[in-house]
Design a protein around this ligand. Structure first.
Ligand SMILES: *[C@@H]1O[C@H](CO)[C@@H](O)[C@H](O)[C@H]1NC(C)=O
Ligand SMILES: *[C@@H]1O[C@H](CO)[C@@H](O)[C@H](O)[C@H]1NC(C)=O
Ligand SMILES: *[C@@H]1O[C@H](CO)[C@@H](O)[C@H](O)[C@H]1NC(C)=O
Length: 329
């Protein structure tokens, strides 16, 4: 069974790699714009991010790419990856996207989230989704939070300044209102504080008693939610958070998403997406955010290709039932 699935996957990957035939270039085909939200310690002006944007355009010509920014300057944008209130940051992004003439007039956009940018884009979908996201792809994101804060590099002053805020306590109003990573801190041994004080994650994951129906409704509108976990991630603790799994810090036991109440009781619509074959758990080789050009190209071709407007779209009618798929390199 597994080998048959692998064969099917290989075939679909190969066919996706072939140049599109003239018939798929019909006038009804639509190239969704792409929005990208970068990770901690990055900014929209960095060469690496510009290269990713160029690669997206080279892979799917005519893609309009928007790099999400929380400031008009690179240094301000970088600072906002460490400091700020994530609720306010997402609201800022909602108005940024809604006021972009190209994005706001598109029937849908695709979204690519690197590391923390992934759960923030999910927050965008749940809270605003205007313009609506079609395919959301996240790389090494902390969908189920982090249970340890990242160790700062010696010269990483912003990171050290963030650590200083933690001295007030990770559940303090100071940390929850101003330190970005604290707002997705989640330790299974400390759920009471988390549910009471988490400024972002507990809310966006609908973990509190009162669930927000809009979050679920919006997330279920996704055509595909693809979550990549880095195989050798040593930055994010635990790395399985990229797949929405929970890890017991003492025993090391991993509870996959589909065994958790958030899925079984469908607090977010993830179960619905899963049953429709729209939820994908994928592995990216290597360390956190060590993405090769080839791997990104494969992703862009698979997830951010043009959409057929009125004609038959095999992707919509034939859900992919494979939960774990790993591209062949
Ligand atoms: C649910 O989320 C939406 C979108 O952010 C918001 O407008 C609404 O007030 C929230 N509802 C509740 C009950 O919190
Ligand atoms: C974060 O911002 C929201 C919206 O302004 C506010 O309601 C909330 O209290 C803030 N959170 C903290 C912990 O300051
Ligand atoms: C984690 O595992 C330990 C040892 O097996 C257990 O005592 C503890 O209750 C577990 N924690 C949670 C949150 O399930």
């Amino acid at each position: 069974m597994l080998s048959l699935l692998t064969t099917l996957l290989t075939l679909s990957t190969i066919s996706a790699a072939l140049p599109s035939s003239p018939s798929t270039q019909s006038s009804t085909s639509f190239q969704p714009p792409l929005i990208i939200w970068h990770g901690l310690g990055d900014d929209f002006e960095r060469d690496g991010l510009q290269e990713v944007a160029e690669l997206a355009k080279a892979t799917n010509p005519n893609t309009y790419v928007h790099l999400i920014r929380l400031s008009d300057t690179g240094s301000g944008d970088l600072q906002a990856t460490f400091f700020g209130n994530v609720t306010e940051q997402i609201a800022q992004v909602c108005s940024q996207l809604a006021s972009d003439p190209i994005l706001s007039s598109a029937p849908s956009v695709n979204a690519l989230g690197f590391s923390q940018g992934g759960q923030f884009l999910r927050g965008y979908v749940e809270r605003c989704n205007n313009p609506p996201v079609r395919n959301l792809v996240t790389f090494g994101s902390q969908h189920n939070g982090i249970s340890e804060f990242q160790v700062c590099g010696v010269t990483d002053w912003l990171c050290h300044a963030g650590d200083a805020l933690l001295n007030a306590g990770k559940w303090s109003k100071l940390a929850q209102g101003h330190l970005v990573p604290a707002q997705y801190y989640r330790n299974p041994e400390d759920m009471q504080n988390y549910l009471q004080y988490s400024n972002f994650l507990a809310d966006i994951n609908n973990e509190r008693d009162v669930k927000n129906a809009t979050y679920k409704e919006n997330l279920m509108k996704l055509n595909r939610l693809a979550m990549f976990m880095f195989e050798d991630d040593q930055i994010v603790h635990p790395k399985e958070t990229a797949w929405f799994a929970e890890v017991n810090g003492t025993s090391g036991k991993v509870t996959p998403l589909d065994e958790r109440p958030i899925y079984k009781e469908d607090w977010l619509g993830l179960k619905t997406l899963g049953e429709l074959g729209k939820l994908e758990f994928l592995v990216a080789p290597g360390q956190h955010m060590q993405l090769s050009k080839r791997f990104l190209e494969w992703t862009f071709r698979d997830y951010f290709a043009p959409v057929e407007g009125t004609s038959f779209d095999p992707e919509d009618s034939e859900p992919d039932t494979v939960l774990v798929k790993q591209p062949g390199y």
